[in-house]
Design a protein around this ligand. Structure first.
Ligand code: ATP
Ligand code: MG
Length: 277
């Protein structure tokens, strides 16, 4: 139990940012759907009591017999609780408001931050990628996400206050890496809802590149109304309007992420070999 996946390729990613409304769920849903289009087997874990990733994948969050809540408290496994998205061709571990109560149940459990990790480890061979959509907090739920993942993807808007919140999150990732989950890496920052006409956004974008260098994804997701409309149809944006600029950006992002994960694994292997000799 709690073992790391066998392959060197990272495949469990948290989509996290404690700021609300920055595009976490939109990124999680569209990345899941884009990876599914690339013929990858994907599980999207909804770790937010708002259940937006569940609804946006075309699944009624209140009709599901089991949800992530039941998985976290050990009542059932992901194999029982997962539902295939009828619109996105990936699996979803659904969430709804019940999950808000999980914090209280978890506090009384041993290894309370490891529950999600151990549940994922039992189904990991079924998937090429597991994406965890985190809530806008640095709570015990998010900690379960970070403890269970190998990488963090941070979607962010290029606004002045975005940078301020970012250092809290990066420090949390470092602390989790040090104390709870040595597998955890910052995979990258994804600029979303980008509007090239706004000078401040361009300035902040340049600052982010300066500070985080190659950890910033080259793909930039534009502000695009089709992405915002899609959830009300229970569809990923890339399925709702695949020719939209937003859809194209998320497909590019999926390709960039796959490449980056492979490159990171190569780097890690080279480092391990050079320290072994
Ligand atoms: P929360 O913190 O509440 O979980 P979030 O970080 O998951 O929010 P989303 O729900 O993905 O953020 O996005 C917030 C709002 O912005 C939603 O209404 C979404 O449809 C919209 N949105 C997200 N990305 C884009 C985009 N690229 N262009 C236009 N609208 C977008
Ligand atoms: Mg969300």
């Amino acid at each position: 139990m709690n073992q790391s996946p066998k392959s060197d390729l990272a495949k469990i990613f948290c989509i996290a940012n404690q700021k609300g409304g920055v595009g976490k769920t939109t990124t999680a849903i569209n990345l899941a759907a884009a990876l599914a289009l690339l013929k990858k087997r994907v599980l999207l874990v909804d770790l937010d009591p708002q259940g937006n990733a569940t609804m946006g994948s075309g699944i009624d969050k209140n009709a599901a017999q089991y949800s992530i809540y039941h998985v976290l408290i050990g009542e059932t496994g992901i194999d029982q609780a997962r539902i295939q998205s009828p619109t996105g061709k990936y699996d979803v571990l659904p969430a709804n408001r019940e999950l808000a109560g999980a914090e209280i149940d978890l506090v009384q459990m041993d290894e309370r931050e490891q529950q999600l990790k151990s549940a994922i480890s039992r189904v990991i061979d079924d998937y090429d990628f597991v994406l965890i959509d985190c809530p806008p907090t640095l709570s015990l739920l998010t900690l379960n996400g970070l403890a269970g993942a190998q990488g963090v993807v941070i979607p962010m808007q290029c606004e002045y206050f975005a940078l301020e919140g970012l250092s809290d999150l990066v420090n949390t990732v470092k602390r989790v890496h040090r104390n709870i989950n040595p597998d955890l890496q910052l995979i990258g920052l994804l600029r979303v809802m980008f509007d090239t006409r706004v000078t401040l956004q361009q300035q902040v974008s340049a600052q982010i590149e300066q500070h985080f260098g190659d950890r910033v994804f080259k793909t930039i997701v534009p502000r695009n109304v089709r992405l915002a409309e899609a959830p009300s149809h229970g569809m990923p944006g890339i399925i709702y309007d695949k020719s939209s600029r937003g859809a194209k950006a998320y497909i590019d992002f999926a390709n960039e992420l796959v490449k980056r994960v492979k490159a990171d694994a190569k780097k890690k292997q080279a480092q391990a070999e050079s320290t072994a000799t």
